[in-house]
Design a protein around this ligand. Structure first.
Ligand code: ADP
Ligand code: MG
Ligand code: MG
Length: 501
């Protein structure tokens, strides 16, 4: 009555064990690991996950997104960590503070944000609403003196060029600091427990301090707000299956830093929130020191005007916002594309080495008003990804759809619409495909996979004083190579860690 393995995979496994009898390298070829060992490790991993809060709400349970403790299932994960070259890991960590600083400087250039997004504003209602709030803040000359950024810059390792290329940088709701910290612990535990069979060094998995780093930054921000009665407000979706990832942060805040946090939806904030004359935000009777958004990044988070009112109320207040509207906009894909243009980084950063280090990880990025690239993308659509100004996975366009969408946009443009401004075009990155064992719902699957590495960065500043600017931890996501998108919550990918080689 142990784990049923995927039927298709059993056949593959039988074929492989024959030729792999002599030498088994579990890190390079986990598929050739003794099936009995896989079963045992998977069993141990599932027990560990349940006992250590490596869990998410189960889709099959109706109340699992609302009531904690109801309908839990282990988070999807890869049985063994993924080999990853140490040079690229070091580079990604090294540039995290530079990206933090870049976002901060971009956020202060209101005109750059408004101008860069001006064409997008005309065709994208959601971005337009965000820009409206930003304009209002510019009009009243609102200054954010304490600025908190909890970012995650995501990369894929391009196989052909062996370069680490940035997919995107998230400035709002960077998820999985909690669960990613746990998956590296899980892998370390397995490597210890099965060391005689695996001969892999647990110390080759970098320790993942994501949850501690983010909680530390939040608590330091709380300290800067300087009101003992203040609390941290986590802005959440009404239903959230990834709530335990968020609860991990709040638990560390409470237990290590003695900082209280509350959870509120945008609708609740609109109903219970008030702005006092001195700018203090009070929600449900609590003084809000820090607002930490784990919602508010997608149009579906604003089903009515109430949610937009709440977002504006927060922005008008003196609470420290993570992110502020300017930080949010600085993380859009359009701004990513603008920053990749020549001489633009130079407007925000002085240090030539820093600029070179960031540029090294920029993939090809274009706006759709570049006719030569459009022509090229229509001819070879497989080499490009089209992205609208959206977050949360599942929004991009790939393959033949790129061609069809571009052709459609061209026709519309002739008819006088500027729908093209909603998108950017990006070079498609092709990471190396490697075998992995993915576990979901207690069932393991042997798959061919690709991975995406996210490096978290925390930034806190008060006026001229930078209080924190660090890389803190990472998120490795591994997905079946045939799937375009990589969201864990969206059901495409699993949580993973890295094994430095
Ligand atoms: P989101 O903000 O929705 O997460 P991303 O830009 O991260 O948007 O795209 C979602 C997913 O699509 C990524 O996790 C990755 O798997 C895939 N993807 C995005 N850009 C590229 C690219 N240039 N090449 C290959 N895959 C990509
Ligand atoms: Mg994103
Ligand atoms: Mg992403």
């Amino acid at each position: 009555a142990s784990l049923p393995s995927n039927l298709n995979c059993v056949r593959v496994e039988e074929m492989e064990t024959e030729k792999a009898e002599d030498y088994v390298d579990p890190i390079r070829n986990p598929h050739s690991t003794d099936p009995e060992l896989i079963q045992t490790m998977a069993y141990e991993a599932l027990v560990w996950s349940s006992l250590h809060g490596f869990v998410v709400g189960d889709r099959n349970s109706q109340r699992s997104g609302k009531v904690p403790g109801v309908g839990l299932v282990h988070a999807p994960f890869s049985l063994l960590p993924m080999p990853f070259p140490e040079v690229h890991w070091t580079h990604a960590c090294e540039i995290a503070p530079i990206f933090n600083e870049l976002i901060d400087r971009v956020s202060l250039d209101g005109k750059f944000l408004q101008d860069s997004l001006a064409r997008t504003k005309k065709v994208d209602e959601f971005t337009s609403r965000l820009l409206d709030i930003h304009s209002k803040m510019l009009e009243i000359n609102k200054k954010e003196e304490v600025r908190l950024g909890l970012h995650r810059s995501d990369y894929m390792l391009d196989e052909q060029t062996k370069s680490l290329l940035q997919i995107e940088l998230n400035t709002i709701s960077s998820s999985f600091p909690g669960l990613s910290s746990l998956v590296s612990e899980l892998h370390r535990m397995l490597l210890h427990q099965f060391k005689h069979r695996l001969s892999m060094n647990p110390e080759s998995i970098p320790r993942n301090y994501a949850v501690n780093g983010f909680a530390l930054a939040l608590s330091k921000a709380w300290t800067e707000y300087n009101n003992q009665r203040g609390v941290i407000m986590v802005v959440v979706q009404p239903e959230e299956r990834n709530m335990y990832d968020q609860h991990w942060l709040c638990t560390v805040l409470k237990e290590i830093h003695q900082v209280k946090s509350i959870r509120k939806t945008l609708a609740e904030i609109e109903a219970e929130g008030e702005l006092q004359a001195d700018g203090t935000l009070v929600v449900g009777g609590e003084i809000i020191a820090v607002v930490y958004f784990r919602a508010g990044y997608a149009p579906t988070d604003y089903p009515s005007e109430s949610e937009w009112k709440a977002r504006l109320l927060i922005e008008q207040s003196d609470a420290i916002k993570c992110p502020s509207i300017a930080y949010h906009l600085a993380g859009t894909k359009k701004i990513q594309q603008e920053l990749a243009k020549s001489e633009v980084l130079e407007r925000f950063l002085e240090n030539k080495d820093d600029i070179a280090k960031l540029r090294k990880c920029f993939a090809g990025l274009w706006s759709l008003d570049d006719s030569s690239i459009i022509k090229e993308a229509i001819e070879r659509p497989g080499l490009y990804v089209m992205k609208p100004q959206r977050e949360g996975g599942g929004n991009n366009i790939y393959g033949n759809d790129v061609k069809e969408t571009l052709l459609r946009l061209q026709q519309q443009q002739e008819a006088g619409t500027n729908e093209d401004a909603a998108y950017i075009l990006m070079q498609r990155i092709f990471p190396a495909v490697s075998p992995a064992i993915l576990i979901r719902d207690g069932i393991y699957h042997k798959e061919q996979t690709v991975s995406e590495l996210g490096v978290y960065g925390a930034y806190l500043r008060n006026k001229t004083k930078v209080i924190m600017n660090e890389h803190c931890g990472y998120l490795m996501r591994t997905k079946v190579s045939s799937s375009n998108e990589g969201g864990v919550a969206a059901g495409y990918a699993v949580l993973d860690s890295i094994y430095l080689v």
